[in-house]
Write a protein that binds this ligand. Structure first.
Ligand SMILES: Nc1ncnc2c1ncn2[C@@H]1O[C@H](COP(=O)(O)OP(=O)(O)O)[C@@H](O)[C@H]1O
Ligand SMILES: [Mg+2]
Length: 185
């Protein structure tokens, strides 16, 4: 049967999963678990900042959009390389504004967003407890003020920040399988 032959030949879709959300929402936690379960390559978006941005952040100076464009273009290029090579991947990037997400998605149909979302109270508490991270708790309100949630025409879903990371990843992967045809282990 032709259709059976066709389905046997069908290769796994390529997905670039961008785990987004305010600092402290659980992006690294969720993305690490996805990478572990699916065996996808993972990168921390923050590790791709140009040296000038790292210096600014170390000095406690907030980044502006002009600082962010080269960084976002670097992440888009990282996505593009994986897409061209046909390798699914997962990365963390706060991607708080629609314009940042549009840049990541431009020319990259593999991109799918998972927005880790919780109340400001919950996130503030987590950031307060977290050790060894450059983001001070005082910056939580500005993160929420900047956040533009996913619009209906953006591919992806909201992942609850409350509850266990395992449950959040279960829900996220079920949607990814439905939306993009990813085969789950
Ligand atoms: N679902 C969760 N339940 C409880 N604690 C969590 C959960 N997700 C993350 N955390 C904790 O919250 C803090 C922030 O998580 P992290 O993944 O580093 O966030 P982000 O990468 O978005 O800044 C960490 O200390 C982490 O262990
Ligand atoms: Mg992180």
């Amino acid at each position: 049967m032709t259709w059976a032959y066709g389905s046997c030949m069908r290769s796994e879709p390529v997905v670039s999963l961008v785990v987004m959300g305010v600092s402290g929402s659980g992006k690294t936690t969720v993305a690490t678990e996805v990478a572990r379960r699916l065996g996808w390559e993972f990168t921390e978006g923050d590790d791709h900042h140009p040296a000038a941005n790292v210096e600014k952040m170390r000095a406690g100076i907030p980044l502006d959009d002009e600082d962010r464009w080269p960084w976002l273009r670097e992440l888009a290029a990282w996505i593009g390389r994986h897409e061209e090579e046909g390798r699914s991947c997962v990365l963390t990037c706060s991607a708080l504004k629609r314009s940042y997400r549009d840049l990541l998605r431009d020319g990259h149909p593999s991109v799918w967003f998972a927005h880790v979302s919780g109340s400001q109270e919950l996130i503030a508490e987590r950031v307060q407890k977290r050790q060894g991270h450059y983001m001070p708790p005082s910056l939580v309100p500005s993160q929420f003020a900047t956040l533009e949630p996913l619009d209906d025409d953006e591919p992806g879903r909201v992942v609850p920040a409350m509850g266990s990371p395992e449950q959040a990843v279960d829900e996220l992967l079920a949607d990814l399988a439905r939306d993009r045809g990813v085969t789950l282990p």
